[in-house]
Design a protein around this ligand. Structure first.
Ligand code: ATP
Ligand code: MG
Length: 336
């Protein structure tokens, strides 16, 4: 009989399957979880699956996006407040932690939780104690926390943007969802399943993807991961239902880089070899640093920007001794 995991979290590629195995094990426990992964990789879906497979399945599953919480409201949203606790607190309000009692609270984008609230959350994680704003008494609340982030929390904690003690408390069991480009073995199955589901929903006959098109889709970097793939399937279905999709039908971002022609000429758009020449190694180091800088130290995303695998990037970071900054941190960069 298929369960929530089988039904909703599709995929059989090795890395993904290992993650699901770990998730199934942790679902049976009450341990705090940290779900990691790029945008659209299925972090919230995984949290829901874990909830459905836990002893809390009949309790509530409540999701809250920490990035959308203004600092002034975050504490009362999470822990609740008493009437008169602050200007505007006209009535008692239950916090999300209490609302999820007996169930699971999914703290999405935990990396964006204001620093001022992090200590209070840590206290709750360690003791189950929860203090409503404007109330001296502390109450014990039985709520399981599953946190998620697309950020490199370790780097954030090194930069003082995220409490280290909270990071270590959350990181007891990290579950990392691989980006779609690391689970290409699943691409065709996902494409097929989404196309069929969407065809049924829209009452249209599904399109067929030619071999050449499938090959081209495998070369795409899929920055929006499964969500991007799902949206792509819907777009193709609407435009080409009942037809065979050839590479020329694909949207512009799926076409082989316009740069192919330039590359044949030895040029990449925007990069022209000056007559005086360049120092290729220095250029490479600079590009790696810029990619790490742009992605706030997230090595998977940086590798993506550079068109490298994560392993290749790690190798080059080591080779060029590009170091993570742990002290005297510049405002934005994490690597030197
Ligand atoms: N393994 C999967 N099988 C089928 N559908 C999936 C899978 N993973 C994710 N999805 C679908 O992809 C979409 C994005 O998933 P979800 O919202 O869980 O991602 P996320 O990592 O939380 O994204 P974000 O970082 O943007 O919040 C949803 O529609 C979800 O149902
Ligand atoms: Mg999400």
């Amino acid at each position: 009989m298929s369960d929530f995991f089988d039904k909703h979290l599709l995929g059989k590629s090795a890395e993904f399957a290992a993650l699901i195995r770990a998730a199934r094990i942790t679902a049976m426990t009450d341990v705090t979880l940290l779900v990691l992964g790029e945008s659209g990789t299925g972090k919230e879906l995984l949290a829901q699956a874990i909830h459905h497979h836990s002893r809390r399945a009949l309790g509530p599953f409540i999701a809250i996006n920490c990035a959308a919480l203004p600092e002034s409201l975050a504490e009362s949203e999470l822990f609740g407040h008493r009437k008169g606790a602050f200007t505007g607190a006209v009535a008692d309000q239950q916090g999300r932690i209490q609302a999820a009692k007996g169930g699971t609270l999914f703290l999405d984008e935990i990396g964006d939780l204001p620093l001022s609230i992090q200590a209070k959350l840590l206290r709750f994680l360690e003791s189950g104690e929860c203090q409503v704003v404007g109330q001296t008494r502390v109450d014990k609340v039985d709520t399981r926390i599953i946190a998620a982030t697309h950020r490199d929390l370790y780097a954030q904690s090194q930069l003082g943007k995220f409490r280290q003690d909270l990071y270590y408390r959350l990181n007891i069991v990290p579950l990392e969802l691989p980006p779609l480009c690391r689970r290409l073995d699943d691409l065709e199955m996902l494409l097929d399943t989404f196309t069929k589901q969407l065809a049924q929903r829209h009452n249209l006959s599904p399109p067929h993807y030619s071999k050449a098109t499938l090959k081209q889709l495998r070369c795409h970097t899929w920055p929006g991961n499964i969500r991007e793939l799902h949206n792509f399937c819907e777009r193709m279905l609407i435009l080409f239902h009942g037809q065979t999709i050839e590479p020329t039908h694909l949207p512009r971002e799926f076409q082989p880089a316009k740069t192919a022609l330039f590359q044949q000429l030895g040029e990449i758009e925007g990069f022209l070899l000056p007559d005086t020449g360049i120092n290729l190694e220095a250029l490479e180091i600079s590009m790696i640093r810029q990619a790490l800088h742009k992605t706030y130290g997230n090595r998977s995303q940086a590798a993506r920007l550079l068109g490298l695998t994560r392993d290749t990037l790690l190798y080059r970071i080591k080779k060029y001794a590009i170091q993570a900054v742990t002290d005297s941190i510049p405002k934005k960069g994490y690597y030197l």
